[in-house]
Structure formats: C-alpha cells, structure tokens
Write a protein that binds this ligand. Structure first.
Ligand code: PEP
Ligand code: MG
Length: 825
C-alpha cells in the first residue's frame, strides 16, 4: 500500500497498525477501486465488511494523496438502524443510542440522499422522540423509508463520497491547490469506537507541538461523550489535555489514558518521522487511535519542527532542509499578520516586498518624515515612487503604490530595506490631490486612517490586525548553517548602503554582488551636491562638484568594505539617467533653484534639456560614463582610496568594479583605459599596489550575444536580468504592472517574467552570454544580480549554466541559501 495508490491516510493507518497501536479494524479502498465505484462498479460489500465483527458500526474517511487536496467529509455511524438502536439502547443506554442513530440519519440524508440540511432544523436532537422525527422527515423528503440494511448504507456512502471527489467543482478546487487533474481518492472503512456510553467515553485530538510557533508542548482538546472532531468545535465545553490552571483537563479526568496517549504520540513522531496530530477516542477509559495526520504548521513552526526532528536524530539534516519551503522563510524574516486574524481586505496589488506593517496613511514623503518625527507609524501612499521618495520610504513603515510591478522603484527599494510594500494596486482609486483612496467596495480612506500593508500576499487591509514578530531564532540559524554546508553556489546580496550591508552580513551573504552607487545619493545633503554636479555646464565646474562628492563616496566605500570584513564587494558605477535626480514638481524645482542660487527659469530649462523620451534606453549606464567621464573617474578614485584605507588594519581589500548597461566592446575598452589610469595615479600618489577586478553587467541582449569579444577585458560578468528581461521582451519594467495580470491570466506569459526568470527566452541569452564569455575566458566569474537572483527556480537555472553566485536583496539571502542547498541535495 502506498500514498500513491491508497492515499496518505490509508498508508498512515497501515503503519500505525504495524506499530501495534490500538487502531480499530480498518479496510482501505484504492484509488482505482474508488474510481470504479464512482463509475457504478461497486465491490462485493459482503466481502468488504467480512473483517469487521457482526453488527459493527463503521465509518468511512477520505484518503487523498496529499491531505491538503481536501476530499469529502467523513461519514460516521454507518450501520445504525432500528435493530442496532435497540441493541445499543440496552448496552450503552437510550440516550447514546439515540444520538448515534440521529447523527447517522442526518449524515446519510445530507451526504448520500443529498437532501436539504435544513430539514432537521426543527428537531431537537436531545428530545426523546428525535430519532423518530428524523426518520419521518427522511421518509417525507426521500419518498422511501430510511435504509436499514448496513450494506446498502455502506454502498450509498461509498458511492456518494467517490462521486463527490470526481465532481467538477471538487476537481477545480483541488487543482487550485496544486493537485493533478486525475488525482485519485482512496477511502478508509473503519470500525467505529463510539465515544459515547458508559465509563470515560469521548474523543479528541492531541499533538506535541504548537502549530504556530513549533514549540514543544501538549496541545489539543478532548470532549466526553463525543465523536470525530467534535472536541475541536466544542469551545469551552471541551477539556484541555494536560493539567491546566485555566480549567479541567483529560489528565485530571483520565490520567492513565492521558499518559498512554502521550506515549503513542511520541512513538508516532519517531516512527513516522514527523510531528503528527493524533485523533483518538476513549471507550470506557480505553484508548483507541483512529488516525494520525501531519500537524498543520506555520512557516516558523515548520523550521522549528524540522530542526528539532533532525536534532533528535529522527531525520537527517538534509531531510530537514528539504522539509522547509524556501519562500516560507520570508514569513520568519518579517513581521506577519497573524494567520488566525480576521482580514478586512480593502484591495490588493503585487506583493512586492514581504512582511506586514500598520500605520496611518500619508500621501507624501515629507508627511512620512513628519510622522516619523512625531513617533507615528506611517504608510506611504504614492501613485508610484521615485528617488525623491526614498527618504519618505525610510521614514515609513510600509509603502503602497497604484502603479508598478515587481521591479519598479518602490519594489526594489522596499525589498532592499525590508519594508513591506504593495505596488500596482490599481483596483484601488488613488486620489492624491484629494488625499484619499477609494476601495473597490466604495469605502473611502483618507489621510490619518489606519491601513495595514501585507507585502507577503499583496493585500491592503483596513485597521490593525494582530501580528506575529520576526523569528530569527536558534532553529532558523541552525537550518541556515546546515544549508551552507550543503550548497554549491555562492549567495551574495545587493546592498547599496551601510545599513543594507549590515543586513546582508547578518544574513551571512558571502559578499555584495551589486552596490547600486546611485542609491547612495538620495540623502538630502548628498542630493544637493549631486544636483550641483548635474547642473554644471563646464567640465571644470563638474569636476569641482565631483570633488565635493568624492570624500562622501570614499567614506561610503570604506564603510562597505569594513562592514563586509574582507568578503568581496562589487561596486557598480553610476547607472540611472541623470534626470532621475532632478525634481519633477514645481515646489521641488523652486527648492532646487533656491539651493543652487539660480533663477527658477534656468533650473527649469536645464531640467527640460535633460529630459528624454525614453530614459531607460537613453543616456544612462556606460553611455553616461563615456559622455561624462568625470563621474566614473571620481567613483573609481573613491573606490581605490577607500580600498587603501580599508586595507590598512586588515587583509587587503580587492574591490570589484562593474560597468552597467554595456552593449559594445569599445565601451568597455574606453572605460577600462580611464579606470586603469585612475588606478595608476592613486597607486603612485599613495605608494600602494592595491589590486582590483573589473567586470560588466550583461543586461542588454547585445552584450550577451557579443560576450566573446567583451570578455577579454573583464574578470567577471554579472547578468542584470531586470534590464535584460525588459530589453528582451521590449517590456517596460516600470509600466508592465498595468497589463501583467491580464497577460498572466490569459496565459500569454506563464508568470511575470520580472518575477520568475523566463528561462526560454531571457535564459537563452544568459546561457549564450555565459558560454561565449567562458569560451574566451574560462576563469570568468559569472553571476546574476537581477531580482531573479533570490528566486528558487532561477537559482536552479543559474546553477545549471555554471554561475559562481547569485546576488539578491539582503532579506532574500536566507531564501536563496536554502533553495541552493535543496538543489544540491
Ligand atoms: C538589472 O538590470 O538586472 C540590475 C540588477 O540593475 P538595475 O535593476 O539597477 O537596473
Ligand atoms: Mg540594470
């Protein structure tokens, strides 16, 4: 018997029987048998029930391959009829017999005869005449007497459960949970232990860990005179299991049964190599185990459980690694909405940066800063964000935007900062000027109203649901260290600031794979210096402005090198279009004119002159480096001077310098010549023989295609899959959010290619680039630093094409470490 032929429940029960647990007699029907039943081919029922005692009351439970795929509800008390009722009235008492018969009539009417469940509403089940009333009601509705033959009853139950599984809605429902279209259902026919009658009778469930935290503790409920999972629905009427100050417990009431149960649960954990929830029934004080199901668990519990099982020697460390879904780690790294909390959903968008936070709505970066200064948590709501919003993002607890996709500005910055972020929430109407949001259901939210942003699932919630804190506990650290022992591809972080670098180091990134230097200039004092540089008309003026920026950059790099303690740091030279650094609205322009002591009209004219029709394909990246070479000169000098400084008290730092947006060999030659010249000058000035590595981002299709001629001048290639996806598809990464869901829904794209690497198209270019680059230069270091670097599917691809490392947002480093380990196991 295997879960693939009879389902997980049947398999588990078979194992429990082999362990000599007190499991009632059980017969399992295979997927094939159940499929035949649905098609009208009933097995020989007399043979089926031959293992059971004469007159035995039975139940039937579903047994699908994966319990999460659901299935029809169990039907209990099959075999109850007038004769059994009379017999049980003598042995168990009238009340218990009535209850069993009444429950069965009800279940059979609803599940087998498909009668209206309301038909029993007027009957009081505790009334002495309830059974007769129920039988009459059945006869009225079904136009036949209630079936008395236990075989006929059983046949009816089996047929209805088999057919329910094959119905269209049930199929769609389980397919939505990942089941294949032809997933099978097994059925388990089991002798009932009644849970009703004399002595201590009842039912309950028990597990040895808490489902939310994964902490070892005895959890569950028990209810006297009950069946199935009644105890879980009984609320206060049910008992705790272990002695508890809050109320009576099973341990008080039936101490021997309690300790026997614990023993069984412990044995199950070891033999089934899993934390199990035990479903049990007591009959006259005796313990019966009806079932064992895998304990439901939150992500944090799944880590703790897997680690504890490995530490106890129940499973291997490698198996523990395989038992945790890498993406689920996101839930541990950030605060989350409590999974049991009620959610008042206002609307939803793209889940752009995981975690959840609650705050008052503000509509501008300045207001977010003002809120932070007052100590109030603010949710920054913007149509979209741009570099001017960075300070507001730092001050806010979460960000919500109307536009944008997974690689939009807000999303990238949000992920880097670990700031919960929902973007592209276009079903919510953003009325920025009126300072209000209008939900699809018409509710209006204004400035100061409380919202919760759940960046893990893309929902925007009204109010403040209860939260679970981040849990970077010992179990997490252990699991991560085991992951590192197993993986064969390195994981670095994309980190732009010292704060990012600290996060990266805390998550044990093996270096910085991408420092986007433009992000270092968003703080107010730096932004002004930057703008002065941009506004300089003459090369000399520009040089003077750059000289003011030089020490600032140098300090940044010294910080990064020191924080990373000798791990490699890859610094990308300036990439974005310059105009991104300029204000876009009137107030901003006026502030800038004031700061630069220039007439407003001059500032306006200059901003106008710098604007481009298509800035992402315009004067940015290496083009800027060649057209305005002083910028890269300054950055190279800052990197080299920082290298000397940071190497003073420790091992020599070997910086990696990366040129963005390359598409032609000559671009690399030109930049390389200048950088080599700066290096030579700094070496002479400081009498220091530092070394460095130069490489390029491969993020234009042409760079991938011409990799062979670009490689000779490079130590490394880092594939920028954000831009490469944008350019391969001809798809704007900032605007794709508008139609992406329509495209994915209609199957144009299987998934958002900015989210999951398109291995067929973009991947083909990456593969070509890697092969052609390595052909020319076998020691070429290869990596991916686009947002895809953190996704488990993309890491599998990167491993396949022989990459040395992936680099992703610091908060995704643990996910990447675990995913990489799973791939190597
Ligand atoms: C990329 O294009 O993949 C990349 C990493 O660079 P950026 O996102 O800064 O354009
Ligand atoms: Mg790029």
């Amino acid at each position: 018997m295997s879960p693939d032929t009879h389902g997980g429940r049947a398999k588990c029960l078979q194992r429990l029987v082999r362990m000599e647990m007190p499991v009632p007699t059980t017969v399992a029907l295979s997927f094939e048998a159940v499929h035949n039943i649905a098609a009208g081919d009933m097995p020989d029922l007399a043979r089926l029930i031959s293992p059971f005692e004469e007159g035995q009351i039975l139940c039937v439970r579903p047994s699908s391959q994966d319990p999460d795929w659901g299935g029809p509800g169990a039907v209990l008390n099959i075999g109850m009829n007038a004769e059994r009722h009379a017999h049980l009235s003598n042995t168990l008492g009238r009340e218990a017999a009535d209850e069993l018969y009444f429950r069965f009539i009800q279940a059979y009417s609803v599940h087998v005869a498909r009668l209206d469940p309301d038909m029993f509403d007027d009957i009081d089940p505790t009334d002495a005449n309830a059974v007769n009333e129920a039988l009459d009601a059945y006869e009225d509705e079904a136009d036949e007497a209630f079936p008395q033959d236990p075989k006929e009853q059983l046949g009816g139950v089996l047929r209805s459960m088999a057919r329910a599984w094959e119905g269209t809605s049930a199929r769609l429902l389980r397919m939505a949970k990942g089941a294949p279209a032809d997933a099978g259902l097994g059925l388990v026919v089991q002798a009932m232990v009644l849970g009703l009658g004399q002595g201590e009778c009842g039912s309950g469930v028990l597990q040895l860990v808490d489902s939310v935290s994964g902490t070892p503790m005895i959890k569950g409920r028990y209810l006297s005179q009950s069946q199935g999972r009644d105890a879980l629905e009984a609320g206060e009427k049910s008992l705790f299991l272990e002695k508890d100050d809050r109320g009576p417990s099973l341990e008080d009431q039936a101490p021997e049964a309690f300790s026997e149960l614990i023993k069984h649960a412990e044995a199950m954990r070891v033999r089934l190599r899993e934390e199990m929830q035990v479903e049990f029934t007591l009959e006259n004080g005796g313990v019966h185990i009806l079932d064992g199901v895998r304990v439901q668990r939150s992500a944090r519990a799944s880590v703790r459980i897997a680690v504890a099982l490995a530490e106890d020697g129940v499973i291997s460390r490698q198996e523990a690694l395989l038992r945790v879904e890498p993406r689920a780690l996101n839930e541990l790294l950030h605060r989350q909405v409590d999974p049991d909390a009620d959610r008042d959903v206002v609307g939803s968008g793209v889940a752009a940066s995981p975690g959840a936070a609650t705050g008052k709505i503000v509509f501008s970066a300045a207001d977010a800063q003002a809120s932070a200064a007052r100590g109030e948590a603010a949710v920054l709501v913007r149509r979209e964000t741009n570099p001017e919003d960075i300070r507001g993002m730092h001050a806010a607890v979460a960000v919500l935007t109307e536009r944008g996709g997974i690689t939009s500005h807000a999303a990238v910055i949000g992920r880097g900062m670990g700031l919960p972020c929902v973007v592209g929430a276009s079903e919510i109407r953003f009325q920025a000027r009126r300072k209000q949001l209008i939900a699809p259901d018409g509710r209006v939210f204004g400035e100061g109203d409380i919202l919760t942003i759940d960046g893990s699932n893309g929902q925007v919630l009204a109010g403040q649901p209860p939260m679970l804190e981040a849990a970077l506990d010992e179990s997490f650290q252990k699991l991560m260290s085991w992951a590192d022992e197993n993986r064969d591809i390195d994981v670095r972080a994309n980190a732009d600031t010292p704060a990012d670098a600290l996060t990266a180091r805390n998550f044990q990134a093996q270096g910085i794979g991408l420092c986007r230097t433009e992000h270092m200039f968003f703080e107010e004092d730096r932004l002004t210096a930057m703008r002065e540089m941009i506004f300089a008309d003459e090369s000399d003026d520009r040089k003077a402005a750059l000289e003011r920026l030089l020490p600032i950059q140098r300090e940044d790099f010294v910080d990064l090198f020191q924080i990373m303690q000798g791990r490699p740091v890859c610094i990308r030279l300036f990439d974005p279009p310059l105009h991104e650094f300029l204000p876009s609205d009137r107030t901003g322009l006026r502030d800038l004119a004031e700061a630069l002591n220039l007439p407003l009209s001059t500032v306006e004219r200059r901003v106008e002159a710098l604007s481009e029709y298509n800035p992402m394909l315009g004067m940015r990246g290496v083009r800027l480096g060649i057209a305005v070479p002083e910028i890269y000169d300054m950055q190279a000098r800052a990197i080299f001077e920082a290298t000397i400084e940071a190497s003073k008290d420790g091992d020599a730092v070997v910086p990696e310098i990366m040129i963005p947006l390359v598409s032609a060999k000559r671009e690399v030659e030109l930049v390389k010549t200048r950088i080599d010249a700066v290096a030579a000058a700094v070496r002479t000035e400081h009498s220091d023989a530092f070394e460095f590595k130069l490489g390029v981002m491969v993020e234009t299709p042409r760079a991938a295609l011409r990799a062979e001629e670009i490689a000779p001048n490079c130590h490394f290639f880092s594939f920028g899959t954000n831009d490469l996806t944008q350019m391969t598809y001809g798809l704007s990464r900032d605007d794709a959010g508008r139609f992406m869901s329509a495209y994915v829904q209609q199957g144009v794209y299987a998934e958002d290619p900015f989210h999951t690497l398109d291995t067929d198209g973009v991947g083909e270019l990456v593969k070509l680039g890697a092969e052609r680059g390595r052909k020319e230069r076998p020691d070429l270091v290869l990596s991916v630093c686009g947002e895809h670097g953190g996704s488990p599917e993309s890491i599998a691809f990167c491993r396949k094409v022989g990459m040395n490392y992936v680099s992703c947002s610091p908060f995704r480093v643990p996910v990447a470490r675990l995913a990489a380990a799973q791939l190597a196991i």
